[in-house]
Design a protein. Sequence first.
Length: 237
Amino acid sequence: MLNVTIWNEFIHEKEHKDIAEIYPDGIHGELARFLGTDEKLSITTATLDMEEHGLPKEVIDNTDVLIWWGHSAHDKVSDEVAQRVQEAVLKGMGLIVLHSGHLAKPFKLLLGTSCTLLWRDNDRERIWCCNPSHPIAKGIPAHFELEREEMYGEFFDIPKPDDIIFLGWFKGGEVFRSGVTFTRNRGKIFYFQPGHESFPTYHNEFIRKIIHNAVHFVSPTEKIEKLDCPNPQPLEQ
Ligand code: ZN
């Protein structure tokens, strides 16, 4: 059984009626609903307004994969919780960062770059799979379209990814590395661009499948207790 924790700042859904209509239980609730159909996953959700943002040490220690959606309140996430997430990833916890989470504190701590990009509201996106043999691309066609999605464009200031799995092309002509993976110590990270709150992106069957595949891909191979390496015994002469 994999323990998956879905974190959402959960602000837009409470403040905008049109967004609440798309995600009546919040974006975290929608993600939990479709991932919950996998009997191998045990799902928990957490939101910004909870004590320690719903991510106290016990929850993080018990999480195999953390999914993160944030946008308007990155600065409201405490440094302590952000560092707790960073350290857990280094020790083996998987992390999936969605859409505007590119500026989330834990993501920036782990990547070490500004993670800035170009953006424009409301465009049409075609997502191309450029790595069809990757486990995250399993069951995904060569390309599919989102009728409405926020444009995210290059230059996306991230370190060179382990793999680029999806490329986004927008009607306005921009392109974007939409699905990328990183490794940080024992932890695997997947960043996935689609998911603007005012469009029904997480209702799309391919988007759901990609996130589902990613949960299994970033799940821990090995979790370690400490980050410091023991001194090796010298080889016998
Ligand atoms: Zn957005």
